[in-house]
Design a protein around this ligand. Structure first.
Ligand SMILES: C[S@@+](CC[C@H](N)C(=O)[O-])C[C@H]1O[C@@H](n2cnc3c(N)ncnc32)[C@H](O)[C@@H]1O
Length: 243
């Protein structure tokens, strides 16, 4: 768990940007690559790393739902050279905007939690689009904790989560990768999350993606702890999925 003061947060930010750069280089992301990021909020770790690795020549597309965070994201990325497309829609609608098998990598930085919490929130009628995200975040975390601990999480979220993964599969090139990471911010614990529950996101995503058997194979990358990083590659046979 990363610690609390602002210099620790800054160190964490630099560490994660460098980690994404390393992942991109290890997975052969080059100057002409197309990358999709899902659910960045106002977070720019991936956009910054992709800007560096592609020398500002990459094509970056992001899907984000919360209006205020999208506006903050726009402000914070305007200095980047990247060819950036910001789409204010649910990641499950990727195929409405992006052609089949045109994307080199789909990514989510600290996003599995937000995706699952948003599914639960929408089922409960909580608006995560217009509301201030950080005002409702404690409630989202507590609702997640509740359904995880009472054993109803999978029933509630599995189908919607896999619908997003299926959409990701559709846009990925054959051999392209999905990369998801997660780490625990102390504030998530202050807001009612627990360390064991919040440490399980990557493994949960790995289990469910494997169970859905869409044609995304999990793999490990040297230097990346599988507890916090999930790597998936699109198999060459795409018969497993229909859109
Ligand atoms: C707290 S922010 C994300 C934080 C960020 N990833 C980081 O680096 O810490 C959560 C964002 O995820 C978005 N989100 C959650 N589920 C989504 C989905 N299915 N499609 C698009 N955006 C989604 C929310 O609308 C919100 O803007």
């Amino acid at each position: 768990m990363i610690r609390k003061n602002s210099s620790d947060m800054q160190v964490s930010r630099v560490y994660h940007i460098l980690s994404w750069e390393k992942a991109f280089k290890s997975l052969s992301i080059g100057k002409d690559s197309t990358l999709v990021e899902i659910a960045p909020g106002a977070g720019t770790h991936i956009a910054n790393a992709f800007d560096v690795v592609t020398g500002g020549k990459g094509k970056y597309v992001t899907f984000n739902l919360n209006k205020k965070l999208t506006s903050d994201f726009k402000n914070q990325t305007k200095e980047l050279n990247l060819n950036t497309h910001i789409i204010e829609d649910n990641a499950r609608n990727l195929p409405k905007y992006i052609e089949k098998e045109t994307v080199d990598m789909v990514t989510g930085n600290h996003a599995i939690n937000d995706i699952l919490e948003t599914i639960i929130a929408h089922n409960k009628g909580i608006d995560t689009i217009e509301n201030d995200y950080f005002e409702i975040a404690p409630r989202l975390i507590r609702e997640y904790e509740k359904v995880y601990l009472n054993g109803t999480l999978k029933n509630l979220v599995f189908e919607d989560f896999i619908e997003i993964i299926r959409a990701i599969y559709f846009v990925l090139k054959s051999g392209g990768c999905l990369v998801l990471n997660y780490y625990v911010y102390p504030v998530e614990i202050d807001w009612g999350g627990s360390l064991p529950v919040r440490s399980a996101f990557v493994n949960l995503a790995r289990q469910w993606i494997s169970e859905a058997d869409l044609g995304l194979e999990t793999f490990s990358l040297e230097g990346f702890d599988p507890k916090w990083w999930g790597f998936f590659r699109k198999c060459h046979n795409d018969e497993a999925v229909s859109q």
